[in-house]
Design a protein around this ligand. Sequence first.
Ligand SMILES: [Fe+2]
Ligand SMILES: [Fe+2]
Length: 187
Amino acid sequence: MNTLDTIHEEHATMLAIYQALGHLLDEIKAGATPDWKLLATLLDYVLREPEELHHPREDRYLFPMLSEREPASRALVERLSSQHDEGREQMGALAAAFIRYQSRGGEGFETFERTARRYAEAAVAHIALEEHDLLPLARKVLTATDLAELDRLYREDGAQPAGEFRELFKKLAHRLPSPYGFGGRPR
Ligand SMILES: [Fe+2]
Ligand SMILES: [Fe+2]
């Protein structure tokens, strides 16, 4: 599995998490008591994996390499990179909305929900663009040497997505309805 495959795998995990976030919002809207710990862990995941690892590493390594190898990709890369910036800003707003919701309860839900759905919608569109345009182009134009270099850069970057969110994924799998989860309650 090379770095492009890893990026694709990370996209799949991110999409599942955004889906889970939407489902938790639906539950609260329908009257469920918010599971603060689960929501906080989910937001912590979004902050630490997509926002602090996945997107910055694309900006640092994949985007410059692709721009250099294929100058026609520059407009796409610039667009994706500015989406990373917007996402980071939206994540800040989402964290603030979450804190406000936790401290004020029900009255903070509307802003939290709106901010969360907007963040997730933009993130899903961003991933779709990378899946449909960026990764196929990268697979087409990057040479075997480029891919080996990309693997090295990612490996030496150090921070690897930790296994610490495994418990979150397990909890969500029990919480989410089919086809995204087992459809039951957490055990
Ligand atoms: Fe990205
Ligand atoms: Fe990505």
